[in-house]
Structures are given as C-alpha cells and as structure tokens.
Design a protein around this ligand. Structure first.
Ligand SMILES: O=C(O)c1cc(C(=O)O)c2c(n1)C(=O)C(=O)c1cc(C(=O)O)[nH]c1-2
Length: 244
C-alpha cells in the first residue's frame, strides 16, 4: 500500500466519495422530487449563478499556475465553453429568465447569500494558491454531476412544467461537455498523484470540494426552506437576499 493504489483502485476510491455529493442534500432532494416552490427555484438559480460565474475564473487561475502547454490548450476550452456567446453562462442566464428572474438580477448577484459566496470564494481562492494539479483534483466532483444534469433534463419538464423546456439547455450543454472535461481531469490526477501520500492528499482535496457544494446548499436551505436568511431575526434589517 505504501506504493499507492493502482490507477484503477484510486479512481474507484475517488468515485466512492460520491455518497457525500450534494445530490443527497435535502435541498437538492427537494428540488429533484418536484417539491420546490417557485421562490426556492429562483433562489437556487440565482445563488448557483455565482458558482457558474466563478467557474471560468477558477479555470483561468489553474492556467495561471503554469500547467504544461498541452494541458493549457485543453483547459482553456473549459473557459471558452462557459464564457463564449451562447455558451454555458448565457444558457444559465436564460434559465434565470425562465424561472422569473431578470438577467440583471442574476448579474447583480443581489440574491447571493453570504454563506454561498464564502463557500464559492473558498474554491476560487484554493485554486489561486495551490499547484495546478491539486486544483485540477478539486474539479473532480464534476464526475458526479452528469447524473444530476441528466435527471434534471429527464424530470423537470414533468415536475416543473412552468419552466420553458428550452431553458434547460444549460444541462444539455453540460451533459455534452462534462464527460470530456472529466476524462482530462481524471487522467491528470491518476497520473500525477501516484504514491499513497499524494493520493491521500487528493481524498482531502475532493472532500474540500464536496464541502463547498454541500455548504452552498446548507445556506440556501436555511434561507429558502427554513426562512432564516441572514439577519432574519432583526427587525427592519431590510435584508436583500429574499426573493419575493
Ligand atoms: O449541477 C451540478 O450539480 C454541478 C456540479 C458541479 C460540481 O460538482 O462541481 C459542476 C456543475 N454542475 C457544472 O455545471 C459545471 O460546469 C462545473 C464545473 C465544475 C468545476 O469544478 O470545474 N464543477 C461543476
């Protein structure tokens, strides 16, 4: 074992960590079962937009940490798929409009809860100060996202018929791009982290990322399920995180 897991075993161990994925968070489970109110859907879409918006910045931070040219070439594609015209970010803005928000609402980030922002910023800051291979490892939670994107595409038209089906394009796009992104990221991680000590580090990194995703939903649950947004108990606090 001191020599580390084989690539196959290592990948299996990483995939086993799926049980902590935000798929199993009660807020996400409520969304998946079709029981979200319109306000909860709006809250999720507006808060998640900050994640979407940060992802390409995070990918540029990875590139700024000097991966070899062949990896830079591939990694820059991730940035492009998100920020190009009619790319993933535009698709998420369309989703926002379909759930009753304006693009300006999303781009102002006025509904982003502080706890959600702190969690996402922690991810971005991690990639700014870590080696590029470590940061690539932190993207691996995306291996588990494919199931979620597919589930939303399959079930939302029935569960949430008030959302225009064309606005689900974001999930279609990610279903197309995520498998390619995952193969590249996993290839880097499996090759680079090739001793037990290094592999143990990757388990910690992936757990950190799972914590980021779970924590985002904790704060949304507090605000949109339990109605305890920041300063909720303070009279005249004039809180601006709530969506009417
Ligand atoms: O809807 C989801 O549950 C989900 C999760 C994740 C993830 O696990 O980080 C990503 C995405 N979606 C996603 O759409 C996306 O573009 C993405 C990029 C990354 C990353 O860390 O580089 N994660 C995710």
């Amino acid at each position: 074992m001191n020599n580390g897991y084989s690539k196959k075993e290592f990948e299996m161990k990483l995939r086993e960590m799926e049980y902590m994925y935000h798929l199993y968070h009660p807020f996400q489970q409520k969304m998946n079962s079709g029981n979200f109110t319109k306000r909860q859907m709006q809250g999720w879409v507006a808060n998640r937009f900050y994640y979407q918006y940060t992802i390409p910045t995070k990918d540029l931070a990875i590139i700024s940490n000097n991966p070899p040219i062949e990896h830079r070439r591939l990694w820059i594609q991730r940035v492009k798929t998100h920020i190009k015209p009619n790319g993933a970010l535009d698709a998420w803005l369309d989703l926002g409009v379909a759930v009753g928000l304006s693009k300006d609402d999303l781009l102002s980030f006025k509904y982003v809860l502080p706890g959600v922002k702190f969690a996402i910023d922690a991810y971005l800051n991690y990639t700014k100060r870590s080696g590029w291979e470590e940061s690539v490892a932190s993207s691996l939670s995306e291996m588990f996202a494919i199931k979620l994107h597919k589930l939303r595409l399959d079930t939302w038209p029935l569960l949430y018929p008030w959302i225009d089906e064309n606005a689900l394009l974001y999930f279609k796009k990610r279903l197309n791009d995520t498998p390619k992104d995952n193969i590249h990221a996993l290839d880097i991680v499996l090759n680079h982290f090739n001793t037990y000590e290094l592999q143990k580090e990757v388990f910690k990194i992936l757990k950190f990322k799972l914590d980021v995703l779970w924590t985002m939903l904790d704060y949304m649950y507090l605000a949109y399920e339990l109605n305890k947004e920041p300063y909720f108990n303070i009279k005249n606090s004039n809180t601006k995180y709530l969506i009417e």
